[in-house]
Structures are given as structure tokens and as C-alpha cells.
Design a protein around this ligand. Structure first.
Ligand code: NAD
Ligand code: ISE
Length: 336
């Protein structure tokens, strides 16, 4: 499958390397970035035949491009996805599908009008081995029903363009998507955000850390700490308290060192390394299904439901109140 990549920043370059590398059956044949220099540099990571575009419609409509990978920032996803749907080409779009539910709704409407499943969203935690192991344990029923989950989503630092809202729609969006999936719950019911003491390491105007308290429709309470200037590394944790047991997401395995009267181990540096295998598995699954005209991973509908929740959380950031998440029924088109 010949791929066009839109957006050649951090994850764009990572995905270009894995498409045609660890991910088989694909080749990156074209790239586009609003910064031409960035696109040219990224093309060096692809086979020699890779073309560099300066326009989104041109890359999407290049007959040599059979499918698109969108790795531009969230605010730029909508136009690129709509162009891909118009061209009836499969598209893998990094999370979030779009930063607002209104924009996501347009994507869902366009995909349903096209009458074909074309869009997969990059919620890679559903492909992560540790999360899959937790899901298997929960689904076994051996531990009774889940009651409470305590999650941390910590990153060493963020750049100055990262905003308070991005803690929701760029960072917490992973837990927003994967926790209902993990817990076997339909969706979120209500959410709240608590912002208190700020770290000295956050840039001006950014509230960091933030605590998000969310309840699923079945009543499971999820307490999520988002702390993106924690300095200590990229630290993803998830503990699930069930009626008959408590389980924890496995941490990446590093050697345990005993030295100088201390026992120590490592914490992963960043998302690139922490979820390196999950990205490979998710893209392989997308490619294999796209070749058959199907989508088995997170759909545009999943992206829309996540955005409805992130809208409510952004509202809660401002109101300081508990906000309701209103989701309608799933259209037949998206029933799995
Ligand atoms: P980045 O800022 O490093 O790169 C974004 C690139 O897109 C830049 O090169 C920029 O010039 C380009 N760009 C900006 N507007 C564009 C437009 N309209 N059309 C085409 N290109 C445009 O960002 P990033 O960290 O690579 O993130 C990109 C996307 O991937 C975001 O949606 C982000 O949330 C997502 N992401 C996902 C994960 C994950 O774990 N799944 C990790 C990192 C980033
Ligand atoms: C980034 O875009 C990602 O998706 C990472 O997985 C997340 O941890 C980080 O907070 C986001 O900015």
C-alpha cells in the first residue's frame, strides 16, 4: 500500500520510519508539511521515490497515493481527513480525531455519506500489550466488577505551545478513549477537573498538574493525574480496584540495579519509547484492514465520543463544576 504522510513533525517522522520498516506491506511515496523544509527532511527517511508536496489536496489526490497517514497537529486534522474521505482513500489519523466534537461530527457525517469505513484514529493504547493484559484479566470476571481506577499521565516536559486545554484534548484524550474500552463500559457520564498548586516548571499560563475525575456510565470512578512537566520521565500508570482484587498496568521492564545500598530501576524517557511496540502493532493492523477495505481499530465514531468527553472536560476546566457528558446512541454504520 502506497502511503502519503501529512505532517512531518515528531510522530510523523517516527511513523515514516516504521511504514516500510517494521510495518510490512507499505511504502511512503509522498509527504506534505506546511513547512516545506520539514517535508523535505522527512522524505529522506522514506524510499528515494518519495515526492514532497506543499498542498494537502495535491497529496491526497495523487493517484500514486493509496492511503493517508495524518500526523499534523489536532487542529489541522479535519481538512485533511475530509479531503481523504472525498477521495475515498483509507486514512489513519493520529489522535485526537479533531480537537472539538463539532469537527469530529463532520468527519462522522462525511464517512457515513461515503458509505465506507475509511478512518482509523491513533488511540494506540488499545494495542498496548500491558493494557491488553489488563483487559483480559478484567474480562475474565475473576476479579468481580471494576470500581475505581487511578491513572497517572506524566511527561518530563512540554514546549511553550502546550496549553491548559491540551492537557485534556491532547494528553488525557488517551485515557478518555482507552478507559471505557478497558473497563467494558459504554462511555463517560460526568467529569470534573481540579486545578490547584502549579509546578514551578510549567510555562506561564499553563495549569500543571491537573486532576481529572471522571465517572463512566456504569459508575466506575477514574481519577487521572495529568502532569506534563514532572521532570522524572514519561510515567504512565493505571491501577484498577475491583470487587475481588486490584491490578496494575505493567511498567516497562528495565533491569533492577543494586548499588550503594540502593535498589533502582529506570522510568521511560518519552512516548516514542514507551509505546514503541504499540505503534507498530496498530499501524500493521490498520494497513492489513485498509487493504481489505475494513477498519478494526478505533473508528471515527470512537474519536467523536472521545471529543464529546474532552469538550465536557474543557468546560469543566473553566466552570470548576461537574459537567455531564451527553452521548447519543451509536449509528448502525459504526456498530461492531
Ligand atoms: P509536531 O508539532 O512535532 O509536528 C506536527 C507537524 O505538522 C509539524 O511539522 C508542522 O509543521 C506540521 N503541520 C502543522 N500544520 C499543518 C497542516 N495544516 N498540514 C500539514 N502539516 C502541518 O507534533 P507531533 O508531536 O508530531 O504531533 C502530531 C499529531 O500526533 C498530533 O495530533 C498529536 O496529538 C499526535 N501524537 C500522538 C502521539 C501518540 O502517542 N499517539 C504522540 C505524539 C503526537
Ligand atoms: C502526545 O501528543 C501524545 O499523544 C502522547 O502520547 C501524550 O503522552 C502527550 O501528552 C501528547 O502531547
Amino acid at each position: 500500500m502506497n502511503i502519503g504522510v501529512i505532517g512531518c513533525g515528531s510522530i510523523g517522522r517516527e511513523h515514516i520510519k516504521r511504514l516500510g520498516g517494521k510495518v510490512s506491506g507499505t511504502k511512503v511515496v509522498a509527504v506534505f508539511d506546511i513547512l516545506e523544509e520539514g517535508a523535505k527532511n522527512a522524505a529522506q527517511l522514506a524510499p528515494a521515490c518519495c515526492k514532497v508536496y506543499t498542498d494537502v489536496e495535491a497529496i491526497v489526490n495523487d493517484p500514486a497515493v493509496e492511503a493517508l497517514v495524518i500526523t499534523s497537529p489536532g487542529f489541522a486534522h479535519k481538512d485533511a481527513i475530509l479531503a481523504a474521505i472525498r477521495a475515498e482513500k483509507p486514512v489513519f489519523c493520529e489522535k485526537p480525531l479533531c480537537t472539538t466534537s463539532a469537527d469530529c461530527k463532520e468527519i462522522v457525517a462525511a464517512e457515513m455519506a461515503a458509505g465506507k469505513h475509511l478512518v482509523q484514529v491513533g488511540f494506540m493504547r488499545r494495542y498496548d500489550r500491558g493494557y491488553m493484559q489488563l483487559k483480559e484479566l478484567l474480562d475474565s470476571g475473576e476479579f468481580g466488577k471494576p470500581l475505581i481506577a487511578k491513572c497517572t499521565h506524566r511527561a518530563a516536559s512540554v514546549n511553550d505551545s502546550y496549553t491548559t486545554e491540551m492537557a485534556v484534548n491532547d494528553t488525557a484524550i488517551h485515557e478518555i478513549d482507552c478507559m471505557p474500552w478497558l473497563l467494558g463500559d459504554d462511555a463517560w457520564d460526568k467529569v470534573q477537573v481540579i486545578m490547584g498548586a502549579n509546578t514551578k516548571n510549567a510555562h506561564e499560563g499553563l495549569s500543571d498538574p491537573q486532576v481529572m475525575i471522571m465517572q463512566t456510565k456504569k459508575g466506575v470512578t477514574v481519577i487521572l493525574e495529568v502532569y506534563v512537566n514532572c521532570k522524572l520521565g514519561y510515567d504512565i500508570n493505571c491501577e484498577i480496584v475491583c470487587e475481588d482484587g486490584v491490578m496494575n498496568l505493567p511498567c516497562p521492564s528495565f533491569p533492577t540495579i543494586r548499588k550503594d545500598h540502593k535498589v533502582s530501576t529506570m522510568i521511560e524517557q518519552n512516548w516514542i519509547l514507551r509505546f514503541i511496540d504499540s505503534y507498530d502493532v496498530e499501524l500493521q493492523d490498520w494497513v492489513d484492514n485498509a487493504a481489505k477495505g475494513t477498519v478494526s481499530g478505533p473508528t471515527a465514531w470512537d474519536g467523536y465520543i472521545a471529543a464529546l468527553t474532552s469538550d465536557a472536560l474543557v468546560k469543566a476546566q473553566k466552570s470548576g463544576q461537574i459537567e455531564k457528558v451527553e452521548t447519543g446512541g451509536i449509528p448502525d454504520f459504526y456498530q461492531k
